[in-house]
Design a protein around this ligand. Structure first.
Ligand code: PXG
Length: 454
């Protein structure tokens, strides 16, 4: 191990508190120091080249090393590195980006409130939804329904809207006025039901919750079109049409959290277009800048924005970095490149179908219970019994074991419990997909061998 790496690891463990990390375990293993990226690859401080099957954290959609994106930031920083959008001010990158995003979004969404992250976007959703209903004379409409095992961020509102019980246990969450319904996780919770039957049942849990709380108290339902951090939970086809019907019937707002599914991951600008749903708000972040600078926002429907503009006084909400000019300039360039290089067509007609066939072939592996994929979001469920869909004993930590083997083999896969997840950059090519799936198969073989020894 080189001296520089050892020094970094030492300093890191002395001073750096990491997100979602067990620091005891980290100190034992030593941090993996990533120093460089190019295309779909990253390199660590020891010079290992690793195919980034997760696009960073689901965000580096155009891959690493795109000069056009760095230049867009540099040029904007020279012109105007910062100004805010408070107090009746604005700047050209934020104006232009709000117009462009409105154009890409489903027709009825033409207004953007900028933030700096996905979590801030969902905090904005919570406040804006309640503000909207109070402007319409329904101050009791406060309750927002989310789903078990959903991820909507790590701030107090984000973590409360999310349905991660481990997060709720830390810090007394969820805050009042939030409740969670079932998730459409057929593999884990569908039992013997046909997937579509299960999808409708789970959607109807929304109806049950609305009735239980009283529609006069329910403001909105928030959900990711496909759950990401929860384990790439792809809902059965019957799910979204039923959810849309229920939201329409009860007149509650539908919020599609597109922090992961937005900006091309499913081969459309938005997952809402993919699933043909009509949300009232779309929180976004991550892929809007391909992760080169932090930016988030909430796309707001004409109906909700119209009420806020016409009926509201001041909506007392916003962040210093709401619509940071350099981040907006990068987002504009990112969107321009996606258009110019026909990335969405390529994902839809070439990359996603090619990856799909290869990825699903992993379903034959003896320790794989299910392989599933939509667009460029895939999962494999590790199992010790393919028919019963049972898990390995929890103290095997099979998912983490498999992840470590994968990285040793030169592929980043993320473990969610015993599900292995991928979400590669949208610019991955066929040859790199072959490499990804070959490495995943080798990893599964080695994981099988390793668990047999436990
Ligand atoms: N909504 C969704 C659907 C997300 O996936 C957020 C909101 C919050 O975004 P910010 O920018 O505040 O992190 C996310 C973020 C993981 C992982 O390990 C996933 C996320 C973040 C960090 C790790 O899968 N998603």
């Amino acid at each position: 191990m080189n001296k520089e790496l050892k020094n970094w690891q030492k300093l890191d463990s002395e001073h750096h508190l990491h997100p979602f990390t067990d620091h005891g375990e980290l100190a034992e293993k030593g941090t993996r120091v990533i120093t460089k990226g190019d295309g779909v690859y990253i390199w660590d401080a020891q010079g290992n080249q690793i195919l980034d099957g997760m696009s960073g954290l689901w965000n580096v959609n155009l891959g690493y090393g795109r000069d056009e994106l760095s230049k867009a930031a540099y040029e904007q920083m020279q012109e105007l590195p910062y100004y805010n959008n408070f107090f009746q001010c604005t700047h050209p990158p934020a104006i232009e980006l709000s117009r462009v995003i409105g154009e890409l979004a489903p027709d009825h969404l033409n207004h953007v409130f900028f933030t700096g992250s996905g979590s801030e976007s969902n905090d904005t959703v919570l406040r804006m939804v309640r503000y909207y209903w109070s402007l319409l004379g329904h101050p009791n409409k406060q309750i927002i329904l989310g789903r078990n095992n959903a991820y909507h961020g790590s701030t107090v509102a984000g973590a409360s809207l999310g349905g991660m019980t481990g997060m709720h246990q830390q810090g007394g969450l969820p805050i009042p006025g939030i409740d969670h319904i079932q998730q459409p996780y057929w593999y884990g919770e569908g039992g013997d039901l046909d997937p579509d039957e299960f999808g409708v049942n789970v959607a109807r849990d929304l109806e049950r919750a609305i009735e239980e709380h009283g529609v006069e108290n329910v403001a909105a339902f928030i959900a990711e079109p496909i759950q990401g951090a929860g384990g790439v939970i792809i809902p059965p086809d019957s799910y979204w049409p039923e959810v849309q019907k229920i939201c329409d019937r009860y007149g509650i707002l539908l919020i599609a959290d597109e922090v992961i599914t937005g900006f091309g991951r499913l081969g459309e600008w938005f997952g809402s277009t993919f699933y043909k749903i009509k949300p009232d708000m779309i929180p976004f972040a991550k892929g809007v800048t391909s992760g080169y600078l932090p930016l988030g926002g909430v796309l707001v429907s004409d109906r909700v924005a119209g009420t806020i503009i016409e009926e509201g006084g001041e909506f007392a909400h916003g962040f210093t970095y709401s619509g940071h000019p350099a981040a907006c300039a990068v987002a504009l360039k990112n969107i321009e490149l996606i258009k110019k290089e026909n990335i969405l067509d390529s994902v839809k007609h070439s990359i996603a179908p090619y990856l799909r066939d290869k990825w699903l072939s992993l379903g034959d592996h003896p320790i794989v219970g299910e392989a599933r994929i939509k667009g460029l979001m895939g999962a494999i469920e590790l199992t010790n019994d393919k028919v019963k869909r049972s898990r390995f004993p929890s103290d095997f930590n099979t998912g983490s074991l498999c992840r470590d083997i994968s990285i040793k083999n030169g592929l980043v896969m993320r473990a969610v419990g015993d599900s292995m997840i991928i979400a590669p950059p949208l610019i991955i090519n066929h040859e790199e997909i072959d490499e990804l799936v070959d490495k995943a198969r080798t990893t599964l073989d080695e994981t099988q061998e390793a668990v047999q020894k436990l």
